[in-house]
Design a protein around this ligand. Sequence first.
Ligand code: DOR
Ligand code: ZN
Length: 351
Amino acid sequence: MTDQPLRLTLRRPDDWHLHLRTGAMLKAVLPFSARQMGRAIVMPNLVPPVTDMARAETYRREIVENLPAGSGFRPLMTAYLTDHTDPDDLERGFRAGLFTAVKLYPQHATTNSAHGVTSIAHVHPVLERMQAIGMPLLIHGEVTDQDVDIFDREAVFIDRVLTPLLRNFPELRVVLEHATTEEAVVFVRQNGPSGRIGCTITAHHLMINRSSIFAGGIRPHLYCLPIAKREKHRLALRRAATSGEPWFFLGTDSAPHPIGAKETACGCAGIFTAPSAIELYAQVFDEEGALANLEAFASLNGPAFYRLPPNEDRITLERSGHIVPDVLDVDGKDAVLPFRSGERLDWRVVD
Ligand code: DOR
Ligand code: ZN
């Protein structure tokens, strides 16, 4: 018997769905992702949104300039799709390696989506071009009709929007982002074998259900979109993520907001998981007895979908315990609260 803690070495993971923001917030949160992740798909929902090559180049430069010295982290940029997106600009950006993908927010679906797409019909020419050049479409999959219950918006989107979209664009490559329902899992499994559907799953949707948001009182830091669903959906997501199936991969949707913007009468959606992202996923995979599939989910399936090589370097996790960092100061005025702040997780990254 040895008392060495158990260790697990993986190819360095990537985060296929990340909000980094700009300015002081970017400076505060970027080091956490840069420490763990090789690459990240960076969401374009800034104010104003990243809608074209010029804005993406400016944003990419701001990220790179704020990386810790010696970091190998690579931001993969996305374009925010609007009713007015220019297909030529997207194609130029994709061919130049600036854009990795395009993000579709239905208008008013979530934070900073006011410029989102009002109807898929308005973006048909753009989708045709993306289909022709193999540029992936990343989808926030929720309908926005206020008469659809908030807990049903993803399942209704799959029926009303996503299914016809895949039929109308049979070669378009699509990622259903931050899946939260059993319906999403079933849909991705049905379409996965075509090779053109991927699906990201967040750590928080593997850990909380809708009751968690109201446990003992209202918990604004557990409010995100799509909102967490019933327990049966969380369990379906855990089975999917830990299955090793190639269409499911890591995307934290880590979405920092100042504490004041969360703890208020009308709080913002978003959960900040980046400081302990891989530790949170490791916890779930360990609880499910599936640590052997963590590398596929975190480090292999995403690159395979995006037709990129997996990272060459490795990270090592050790079962010696990790305390999730405390409140993080942003600029002396604002601060952000990491998910599970102050709590102990079983795995930690060995530096
Ligand atoms: O909870 C969320 N926060 N969901 C999103 O889709 C956007 C994100 C954000 O930007 O804060
Ligand atoms: Zn997001």
